[in-house]
Design a protein around this ligand. Structure first.
Ligand SMILES: O=C(O)CCC(=O)C(=O)O
Ligand SMILES: [Fe+2]
Length: 341
């Protein structure tokens, strides 16, 4: 049958006409000030459902310090402030125009280099008369860990029962300042991140690490989220290679490789400035920055999703050990043949 394909711009503008994926619902939005913790547990954390919460960031210093006032009450990233005050020598940056396996190609650069690249690109005027936004997306920046004395935000009460970060805080991995340990240290030590991306940067389809929960707050900017419930996650896997899933729901997804993809029913959300989204365990999601966006994001688990995390870890251990068995068998065979030769 013939289907009109939405361009990626339609998708990124949240436009409906000709959309390619089937969107069947929107994420609920609630005032976080009047929601109680037990309501949050009963309605979202326990049943593992997404929600957007408003009104929880008004006292965050980051919302002022990291942004400029822009038109229509929309704030814009204050990049010089980052270059001046948080001049990290190495930040992880995804190049959203380049795929590497299941993710974007990752680069490392200094904060200053990231800011310079952004400014250079926004000053370049293309034939359409608009600046070409940078395709570089600063991700997984361990901000709290790198700048512990600067209080950028306070974790909303709904997300403080966090065994993952609590555990990692009390079991520091490498505390020496040896540069060789730097990369290892920032990768292992917590799951509290800052993301900075120009309009058009995006995150490919994925479910979060160990099937943890995540929450993500827009300090400024807007994001378009597309979610798939865990009961449907089998629909986005390769029919022959169950380890491989769809990378970009907006591209021409091969029907041969992913025969059930068109059956998937997506839940959509446009997350505005200062709103916080709760991402439940095991929900696949793809995310677009509809404006230049700064977000703060934690991954965590607790009693309500521990079963998701342990099941996932058990499966990964089984898979990894199966791979080792195959490699070991090949090694033994090769060695045996060498001995016989
Ligand atoms: O904001 C993004 O680009 C991705 C965030 C995300 O995947 C998450 O918070 O789980
Ligand atoms: Fe995620």
């Amino acid at each position: 049958h013939c289907e009109v394909r939405a361009s990626s711009m339609d998708q990124m503008d949240g436009g409906g006409a000709g959309r390619r994926v089937k969107v069947v619902g929107k994420v609920e939005r609630l005032d976080g000030q009047s929601l109680t913790y037990s309501e949050f547990v009963d309605r979202f954390m326990k049943p593992n459902l997404p929600v957007v919460l408003t009104g929880l960031t008004s006292s965050w210093p980051s919302c002022e310090d990291w942004t400029f006032a822009g038109p229509d009450d929309r704030r814009r990233p204050n990049l010089p402030f980052f270059a001046q005050n948080f001049s990290s020598p190495r930040v992880q940056v995804a190049d959203c125009s380049a795929r590497e396996y299941t993710d974007h190609k990752r680069l490392e650069m200094s904060m200053q280099e990231f800011v310079d690249h952004w400014v250079r690109n926004s000053n370049t005027v293309s034939s359409s008369g608009h600046g070409e936004a940078s395709s570089l997306y600063l991700k997984d920046w361990h901000f709290v860990k790198e700048y512990p004395d600067y209080v950028a935000y306070t974790t909303p009460p709904f997300f403080v029962d966090d065994w993952l970060n609590m555990y990692l805080d009390s079991h520091p991995m490498h505390r020496d300042s040896d540069i060789a340990n730097y990369k290892n240290e920032v990768n292992c030590d917590d799951y509290r991140f800052v993301y900075i991306g120009a309009k058009g940067t995006w995150t490919p389809l994925h479910a979060d690490v160990f099937r943890s929960y995540s929450w993500s707050a827009n300090v400024c900017g807007r994001k378009l989220w597309l979610f798939l419930a865990p009961s449907q996650s089998h629909l986005i896997f390769d029919s022959r290679n169950l380890r491989s899933s769809v990378y970009d729901i907006n591209e021409d997804v091969s029907e041969k490789q992913f025969p059930e993809f068109n059956k998937a029913e997506w839940i959509e959300c446009i997350q505005e400035q200062n709103e916080i989204i709760f991402v439940p365990s095991g929900w696949y999601h793809q995310v677009y920055n509809l404006e230049d966006t700064i977000s703060i994001n934690h991954n965590w688990f607790n009693a309500y999703n521990l079963h998701w995390v342990t099941t996932k870890l058990q499966k990964s251990i089984l898979k990894t050990s199966a791979i080792y068995v195959i490699i070991l068998r090949r090694f033994v065979n090769a060695t045996w043949q060498q001995i016989q030769a």
